[in-house]
Design a protein around this ligand. Structure first.
Ligand code: ZN
Length: 256
């Protein structure tokens, strides 16, 4: 009689160990609700705070950087170097000029678009295949994922599709996004962290993302400046998502 509870406890312990092992090893379990953090437009004021938080929270993320912003000074170059030294951070190409924010003009010249993306590769020190995001456009050109930006009118996106096809064929993997933490012109975030997390929870209930169970979250480096409490906000977001059971994905394994 004395042996029975001991055997029972041992079995329970074994079952628990197997569950923990399975949770740690099975990517499919984590992949059910995975968030890909992406930060655009750096290096800018705010970028250092983003890197600090990614380091302290130990989560993967992608920094889609702008060549012109890297060339703005030694401090910006140091931010590129720092981002590239972080194993969980993917440095991506977000063009050289950011289209100077004149997207329609920019996307009227395919050769110039390809050249602008390649110029940024030179500044960022990236070689194909390069993870990239086009300025101002939510388009995907991946091995298994292909999507146009439906926020521009049909005639416009049909015209621009040629540009994305040529960029893609030149050695770029293009990522759009599923959801945005929006900011004002000043860079100030619009949604509170609490609001953003409830929006993310809501969207996962519908799970209508580009790839099932995977949300690419778009943010911009300038939202995380000290004057907007950037470090505290980003830390709060990551911790809230962690405690809600979300996994953080590395963009390099997005299609796996
Ligand atoms: Zn941008």
């Amino acid at each position: 009689m004395r042996d029975a509870p001991n055997t029972w406890n041992l079995l329970r312990l074994l079952a628990l160990m197997l569950t923990l092992l399975a949770a740690g090893l099975a990517p499919s379990a984590a992949a059910e609700r995975t968030i890909y953090l992406t930060f655009d437009d750096g290096p800018l004021p705010g970028t250092a705070n983003v890197l600090d938080v990614l380091e302290s929270e130990d989560v993967p993320a992608t920094m889609f950087l702008v060549g012109l912003h890297v060339e703005a000074g030694a401090e910006r170059r140091a931010l590129l170097k720092r981002a590239k030294s972080m194993p969980l951070v993917t440095v991506g190409n977000h063009s050289y000029s950011h289209a100077r924010n004149r997207y329609k003009d920019y996307y009227s010249d395919t050769e110039a678009v390809v050249a602008d993306m390649q110029r940024a590769n030179g500044v960022l020190g990236l070689t194909p295949w390069v993870n990239a995001r086009m300025p101002g456009r939510d388009v995907f050109r991946l091995r298994k994922t292909f999507k146009e930006d439906i926020s521009v009118n049909a005639a416009q996106y049909e015209r621009e599709a040629v540009d994305f096809d040529f960029v893609s064929a030149s050695g770029f993997l293009l990522y759009g996004w599923d959801f945005e933490w929006v900011h004002k012109d000043s860079g100030e975030p619009v949604q509170s962290v609490e609001r953003l997390v409830s929006e993310i929870d809501h969207l996962f209930r519908f799970n209508r993302f580009t790839r099932r169970g995977k949300m690419i979250l778009l943010m911009h480096d300038q939202m995380f400046q000290d004057r907007f409490d950037g470090k505290a906000n980003l830390t709060a977001l990551i911790r809230a998502l962690k405690s809600s059971g979300y996994a953080f994905g590395d963009i390099r394994t997005y299609e796996q």
